[in-house]
Design a protein around this ligand. Structure first.
Ligand SMILES: C[S@@+](CC[C@H](N)C(=O)[O-])C[C@H]1O[C@@H](n2cnc3c(N)ncnc32)[C@H](O)[C@@H]1O
Length: 259
């Protein structure tokens, strides 16, 4: 049976997710990401949000007049999204490793660690194949992946007591870290059942191979980091400087390629 740790984690994390992540500024994030997508031919229309959670990522697109189809493996995260957005967004329970075809979308994304929660060999290829199957012919795919710097700071053993976020603690449980490893962290505190997040680091080479195997062409791999408190994207990515690598892809007219 496929790894269910992400579903288990998010059923527990859902009640505090938005408060825990309140410092994440999605409006600023899209202020950076949208021009990068537009440069690469994005047309306005429909977006499919894979691993939508409580809807933090699709909210700025809703404000910009996009039609949203969203899905997540966690019922509790979807319940939070439903509470906030009601019928304004189509929300479905689905596993990204076995993504249904919802239609043809100008943009298909999996944002904020979604791919890092896919920990088994072949999972990354599976989500990308599913995302590709939902693309309009001119559509774009967007996803991010956490860097070595993030795994070392938040998943390797870190400080004995962990990091405080409001009344909660995020504590890395991992030991030594090597690129490509899967590590765990524990969340505990007021109003949340103590639970474990398991994430896998993906090297740039691994992502590149998965993109090609899914019949996609990688248009950009951008390193995201902060300069004087402002989020910035630059090429090439740097696993130690950046927090995330942002990938933009489209259908490869030559079809899937094996490495
Ligand atoms: C860090 S949250 C990000 C949520 C949202 N994209 C955001 O930016 O706030 C990761 C999300 O990925 C979802 N997820 C993890 N594994 C998944 C899978 N196999 N299929 C669908 N969703 C998954 C989790 O349930 C959770 O909602």
């Amino acid at each position: 049976m496929a790894d269910q740790s992400a579903k288990t984690a998010y059923e527990a994390f859902a009640p505090i997710y938005d408060d825990f992540n309140h410092l994440n500024d999605y409006e600023a994030w899209f202020g950076l990401l949208l021009p990068e997508l537009e440069k690469r031919g994005l047309r306005k229309g429909r977006v499919l949000d894979v691993g939508c959670g409580t809807g933090r990522a699709f909210e700025p697109m809703l404000r910009r007049g996009w039609d949203i189809q969203a899905c997540d493996v966690s019922r509790e995260m979807l319940a939070q999204a439903r509470r906030k957005f009601g019928d304004a967004v189509a929300l479905e329970e689905a596993d990204a490793r076995d993504l249904p075809v919802y239609g043809e979308f100008e943009l298909v994304w999996a944002l904020n660690d979604v791919v890092n929660y896919l920990t088994e060999d072949g999972d990354l290829e599976r989500i990308l194949v599913g995302m590709r199957a939902n693309l309009a012919p001119h559509g774009l795919i967007l996803f991010d992946s956490n860097t070595v710097a993030v795994f070392q700071a938040y998943f390797a053993s870190g400080e004995a007591d962990g990091m405080s976020v409001g009344q909660w603690t995020w504590k890395g449980l991992g030991g030594d870290f090597e690129p490509g490893d899967t590590l765990e962290a524990e969340v505990s505190g007021e109003g949340v059942e103590t639970h474990v997040h398991r994430e896998r680091h993906y090297t740039g080479d691994h992502v590149g191979e998965a993109i090609a195997a899914a019949g996609l062409e990688c248009l950009a791999a951008l390193g995201q980091h902060e300069v004087d408190g402002t989020m910035t994207l630059s090429e090439p990515p740097d696993e130690m400087r950046d927090h995330k690598v942002i990938y933009i892809a489209r259908v490869d007219s030559a079809g899937p390629r094996s490495s």
